[in-house]
Design a protein around this ligand. Sequence first.
Ligand code: IMP
Ligand code: MG
Length: 185
Amino acid sequence: MQSLCKKEVYEKKIKRVIISKEEIAAAIEKAGKQIDEWYDGRPILLVSILNGAFVFMADLCRAVSVPCEIGFMCAKSYYSGTVSSGVVKITMDLQQDISGYNVIIVEDIIDTGRTLNDVVKMLKARNPLSLRVVTLLDKPERRLVDFKPDLALFTIPDFFVIGYGLDYAEYFRNLPYIAEYNTEV
Ligand code: IMP
Ligand code: MG
């Protein structure tokens, strides 16, 4: 593969914008109101799954009005080639003891569903007061385990997307919009 560091290659990989930054901002404002309604003044802990969800987390936490703490954890799905092995490993755990917290997991995208299925099981075992999942993007066609988020801001078809936290080979996370990745150039 040609190096993504080369400007010409890098720019060609951004095939087309599928969700603009204005559309993302409007959806996050709505999601913030939904969260305020769910918790009605009660405090929450937003848990972001790194690395992909860091941009979404930064905007979502500023769209809620209930008292809010934030936490981060890093979960990695291991792939053999392009196929997920189904093994999810926590490479960095939360600092907080979540018993006594209303927890919302903040994820960038749900694909096969394996990562969140495992993370949810793990966090539920720690006895939070409540646990919900909010994802920016959902690709339900790709699901391999039965998993539904409490809120998905956008449902998209089965193609690889980049931007707004999402990467290809660690690049493109800083794009302010969500784009389709061009696999053909
Ligand atoms: P799952 O366990 O298959 O649901 O994996 C979800 C993880 O795979 C996400 O948190 C992303 O890190 C990654 N992922 C899945 N689809 C995409 C995509 O279209 N673009 C970028 N990353 C993706
Ligand atoms: Mg991710």
